[in-house]
Design a protein around this ligand. Structure first.
Ligand SMILES: C[S@@+](CC[C@H](N)C(=O)[O-])C[C@H]1O[C@@H](n2cnc3c(N)ncnc32)[C@H](O)[C@@H]1O
Length: 296
């Protein structure tokens, strides 16, 4: 960590670690912040508090390092301390995931493939499966299958009579998914729709399937999320869930200096959801961030 530019109004902090994402170059890490941060390094607990009046940076930490790190937001949130995941703490989380052996095998095979970073994390998949179970879901939809990790996690917990409509445009990654549905003995539960997801969802609506699905997971082209959400809101029943992945977009949604089209579309979508009275929402910082929406 480097502390820079200590002045009357701000402290700039740079937290650096090997686990930082490649796009996070040093200049983007220099920020005026107004936080109370404490962390443990070499058996010493360090605390930092800035005096910045710039409210935009309240409680905002760009990245973290060392072994443990706790940030506290300001009095507006009751000085609640929120733990920030370090690599070590995240390893601990993963050690506490009950990942079925077949999912582990799929994850290992996927790891050597192009785009493997797109796959949801094991802790995310476990949460999706639990949501499906809590709902007692029988009819599910996934938008964006890739090699099938999240869809297999869902299919594994569906009852024998359950059905997962799996929408994906890439036949090659679907081949891997199909292989694992077969190995896991869940092929009969998965209805693969090869093609553009919006077309597949529109076909389901045309088929008269509106209001008949319990659960949907959106994890495809980010600029299309709003479109998928609107279609799925028709397909899902009242009380059903729509879960959206990547709502934190590697933290870029909270960085006002990042304004690329994908980040902006996710940011706008998150903002619209905040005001959308058709659903109850909960944004959960797991993986790259998910929002769980319950149709009212
Ligand atoms: C983030 S990955 C999905 C990861 C998957 N949920 C998992 O956990 O392994 C996104 C997938 O969406 C697919 N995709 C992107 N745009 C699409 C579209 N318009 N229609 C269908 N699939 C699409 C991509 O081919 C890619 O496989």
């Amino acid at each position: 960590m480097v502390i820079m530019g200590m002045g009357n109004s701000s402290i700039n902090l740079v937290f650096h670690h090997g686990s930082m994402l490649p796009h996070e170059h040093v200049t983007s890490l220099v920020r005026p912040v107004r936080i109370c941060a404490s962390f443990h390094l070499n058996s010493v607990t360090w605390a930092v508090k800035s005096t910045s009046k710039d409210q935009r940076w309240k409680g905002f930490v760009r990245s973290c390092s060392v072994t443990e790190f706790v940030i506290a937001s300001d009095e507006k949130y009751g000085n609640k301390q929120v733990v920030s995941l370090t690599p070590r703490l995240y390893d601990y989380v993963l050690e506490n995931v009950r990942e079925p052996e077949i999912l582990r095998q799929l994850r290992v095979e996927t790891a050597s493939m192009r785009g493997s970073q797109m796959q949801v994390s094991p802790d995310q998949a476990q949460l999706l499966a639990m949501l499906v179970q809590i709902l007692g879901a029988e009819r599910c939809i996934e938008v964006g299958v890739y090699t099938g990790y999240s869809s297999l996690a869902i299919a594994l917990v569906l009852p024998e009579s359950g059905r997962l409509v799996a929408c994906e445009r890439d036949a090659k990654s679907l081949d891997v998914a199909k292989k694992y549905y077969h190995l896991a003995g869940v092929s009969h539960k998965v209805d693969i729709k090869l093609g553009l997801a919006a077309d597949s969802l529109e076909s389901l609506i045309m088929n008269g399937e509106s209001g008949s699905y319990d659960f949907a997971f959106i994890d495809a082209e980010k600029r299309m999320t709003e479109k998928y959400f609107e279609l799925l809101l028709q397909l899902v029943r009242v009380g059903g869930l729509i879960v959206i992945d990547n709502v934190l977009w590697h933290g870029k949604v909270a960085d006002p200096l990042v304004n690329d089209p994908k980040t902006n579309s996710i940011r706008n979508f998150n903002q619209q959801l905040m005001e959308d009275k058709r659903v109850s929402i909960s944004m959960v910082p797991i993986g790259d961030g998910i929002t769980i929406c319950r149709k009212r």
